[in-house]
Design a protein around this ligand. Structure first.
Ligand code: ASP
Length: 358
């Protein structure tokens, strides 16, 4: 009997080992997912040229991150590299191309988190740092703090040698028009055009082409990246201008660790986009990771529970991207579209915008 039981156990163990090997073999060595905001985006809203421009921007970002990961770089480096490109891309609501506050300023928020150590850094309300994601990373690595805001954050960034930008650098005609439209609708005063922005008349012609490409996707357009590197480490990052016509120093979920951004090797890495107030109240990113860690939900089930059920029940809108330590990925959004892209070792980058795309 013992012999048979031993044999059975040996067969079982061999089977388990083979299963584990097969799992390991099917697990991509690295994975990256990118988002460029969620909102009311449907096929009828986007011209072919607009759609192509967004797809190209997402492709550039996911490829930049993939290059870092494929070369053996860390998840944090991949997240930062991809987000820097999106911050420079005027189509997205982060860095250049950020939405304006009601006072006509660009106040930028960003966060980054290292899943292997739970180290995190974030900034809110910065106005002249070219790459807020780099500032968030500097906060994480060199400040001894997790979150810095406003002038203090920027003084720190300057001392760290980070690239500064004139506030007019962030100006885009499309976002300015969106601000004016909202302020008119809300019967609020229209601030003067920011100093250094091209004069309205001179800008009109040049802006027409650029504005034609930028789609006013409601109030969203934040960018975010989650990644798994070859060493098995996760990272997440998010960068945004926040919400069009925001007031009173409003800060959304993106720079709040656990709300719009979270990463832990013990569960997953998440970046969110949508109306931040709801994501903050749900601690959405951490909630997804907690469902994975403590309830054993799959990434997709956890993301759907938070976005399709909890967020929707509160009346919030938006979406999330998720990656796990096994290289699996998920996204979930309750809007008609979310700009998103994904790539993995041995798998070409794929880009999607609308709900019915895989
Ligand atoms: N979540 C961002 C915020 O509330 C906005 C967005 O995702 O578009 O600041």
């Amino acid at each position: 009997m013992r012999g048979l039981a031993g044999l059975a156990a040996a067969v079982l163990l061999t089977g388990l080992a083979q299963h584990a090997q097969a799992q390991a073999a099917s697990r991509p060595a690295w994975t990256i997912v990118v988002h460029g905001g969620a909102g009311a985006i449907s096929r009828s809203d986007l011209s072919p040229a607009q759609e192509a421009a967004y797809r190209a921007g997402l492709t550039r970002a996911v490829q930049a991150g993939s290059k870092v990961l494929d070369g053996g770089g860390g998840a944090l480096d991949a997240v930062e590299a991809a987000i820097r490109l999106l911050e420079d891309d005027p189509l997205f609501n982060a860095g250049r191309g950020a939405v304006f506050t009601a006072e006509g300023r660009n106040e930028l928020d960003a966060a980054i988190m290292d899943g292997s150590t739970l180290a995190a850094g974030s900034v809110a309300g910065v106005t002249h740092t070219r790459h807020p994601i780099a500032l968030a990373r500097a906060v994480m690595e060199h400040s001894g703090h997790v979150m810095l805001v406003g002038e203090g954050a920027e003084a720190f960034g300057k001392a760290q040698g980070l690239e500064q930008a004139d506030p007019a650098y962030f100006f885009t005609e499309a976002r300015w028009r969106a601000l004016v439209k909202t302020l008119q609708a809300e019967k609020l005063p229209i601030p003067p055009r920011p100093q250094g922005a091209p004069a309205a008349a001179a800008a009109a012609a040049a802006a027409a082409a650029a504005a034609a490409l930028a789609h006013d996707e409601g109030k969203h357009g934040t960018v975010g990246v989650v990644a798994l590197d070859r060493r098995g480490n996760l990272a997440a990052g998010t960068s945004t201008g926040g919400i069009n016509a925001k007031r009173w120093g409003r800060v959304g979920d993106s720079p709040i660790i656990g709300a719009g951004t979270y990463a832990s090797n013990a569960s997953c890495a998440v970046s969110a986009t949508g109306t931040g107030e709801y994501f903050i109240r749900l601690t959405a990113a951490r909630e997804i990771c907690a469902l994975v860690q403590y309830k054993g939900l799959s990434l997709q089930a956890a993301a759907d529970q938070v976005v399709q059920q909890e967020l929707t029940a509160l009346g919030g809108d938006g979406g999330v991207i998720v990656v796990g330590p096994d290289g699996r990925t998920a996204w979930s959004f309750n809007t008609t579209g979310m700009y998103r892209a994904r790539a993995a070792e041995g798998e070409a980058a794929s880009v999607a915008i609308y709900k019915d795309e895989p």
